[in-house]
Design a protein around this ligand. Structure first.
Ligand SMILES: Cc1ncc(COP(=O)(O)O)c(C=O)c1O
Length: 387
């Protein structure tokens, strides 16, 4: 179907800069553009609004420039999920405080994190993991442990983690009592689900945590309300970040938890806006655009969260070509690999005359895009430009 609606447009100077970059590089492989100024602004905004400690969830974009920029903007605590993330953060920000926030860690990873990288903060959601941590750190006297709580399913999140991670409220109370015996500091944490579209999930999470703490009957030092803060994808009319944070602050006070050290660990909301991805159309078959990037590359979320959100996009014409940017139609995307899973139904709205050789600028791809790249089928090559 072809119809006319205005295309999303953003800051013209930035658009012009990106057009120039693309026309100079004529990128044949996917091009990631990282805007460090945007990242600095977002990090400072988070720090200014949140009254506790903001941690950065490294997994969503583990690149050196991102880690260093965030640290320079004043966020010095990092949530690492693997020993490789621990090593990199320690190397790039030697004074960083690192929280090892994966509930299932290998014994080798626990040992290396504790003895070689000074990590003292570990999370767990089972008694087995607690035993592993205590054993591999030789019953260390300075452990700072968190029990991860599973929340009821969050239908307003793009990715709900509670089926995979977290202890039930009863189990969490038991684990808090057990962990208290072997930790110098103790906390509780939850993650309400990525891209949570309703601030109330944080209030509900804090309510459950307060109940669990009461049942446990032991003293805690901290609470971590996770990531899950959303960004504004097109057609999602969400409350601003400040509303989410106000909801958290109020709930912490209402449930009598203001004596605890407060943490959050955003990923997406910190870095998504700082990234753009430039992909190229290699072939067009009616409404199907065959791109040089897809599900196994930087567009994994375009398939994973199909229907939940889409990205702002615009076309950058191949050299010496003008087009009609006002008449648009809906497309589906096909990634470059031979796997039939590598398809993104969209709908993605782009000019009706888009053709082979044109590029598509996909915005809001700073998180879970670069970090999810694979080499599958030999399509792993990409370029990066730092603005
Ligand atoms: C433990 C933990 N913390 C933080 C995050 C970051 O979440 P988001 O990107 O939704 O803010 C994740 C994402 O998977 C996570 O697993």
């Amino acid at each position: 179907m072809v119809h006319s609606v205005p295309l999303l447009s953003e800051n013209k100077t930035l658009e012009k800069r990106i057009d120039d970059i693309v026309s100079q590089l004529t990128p044949a492989v996917p091009l990631h553009i990282l805007n460090l100024q945007k990242l600095t602004e977002k990090s400072k905004e988070f720090k200014r609004l949140f009254r506790g400690t903001v941690m950065y969830a490294v997994k969503c974009n583990p690149s050196k420039e991102v880690i260093k920029t965030i640290a320079k903007a004043g966020i010095k605590t990092f949530d690492a999920a693997s020993i490789e993330e621990v090593r990199n953060v320690r190397k790039w920000v030697p004074t960083a405080k690192i929280h090892f926030m994966h509930t299932v860690k290998s014994r080798e990873a626990i040992r290396e994190a504790y003895f070689e990288h000074g990590v003292r903060v570990f999370v767990l959601d089972t008694a087995d993991e607690l035993r592993k941590i205590v054993h591999e750190t030789n019953l260390a006297p300075d452990l700072d442990l968190y029990v991860r709580l599973a929340l009821p399913k969050n239908k307003d999140a793009s990715a709900d983690f509670s089926a995979k991670f977290g202890a039930s409220p009863e189990q969490a109370s038991f684990l808090l009592r057990e962990a208290r015996l072997v930790s110098s500091r103790l906390g509780i944490m939850f993650h309400p689900g990525s891209q949570s579209k309703n601030a109330d999930v944080f209030r509900k999470g804090i309510a459950v945590a307060a109940e669990v703490i009461k049942k446990a009957g032991v003293k805690l030092e901290s609470i971590d309300v996770g990531g899950g803060f959303p960004i504004q994808y097109p057609q999602q009319n969400l409350a601003p970040l400040s509303d989410y944070i106000t909801t958290i602050h109020k709930a912490i006070d209402d449930y009598g938890l203001s004596g605890l050290d407060l943490y959050c660990e955003p990923g997406r909301a910190l870095v998504a806006e700082a990234g753009k991805l430039i992909v190229r159309v290699e072939l067009r078959k009616n409404d199907a655009l065959y791109l040089n990037d897809g599900v196994y590359g930087g567009l994994v979320e375009a398939a994973k969260y199909q229907g939940a959100f889409t990205y702002p996009m615009r076309v950058i014409r191949k050299q010496n070509h003008e087009g009609d940017n006002d008449t648009i139609m809906s497309y589906r995307f096909c990634g470059p690999t031979c796997d039939s899973v590598d398809m993104m139904p969209g709908p993605f709205f782009l000019p009706a005359d888009i053709a082979e050789g044109d590029w598509i600028e996909v915005s809001l791809t700073g998180a879970y895009s670069f970090s999810c790249r694979t080499n599958f089928n030999g399509f792993g090559k990409y370029q990066t430009i730092i603005l």
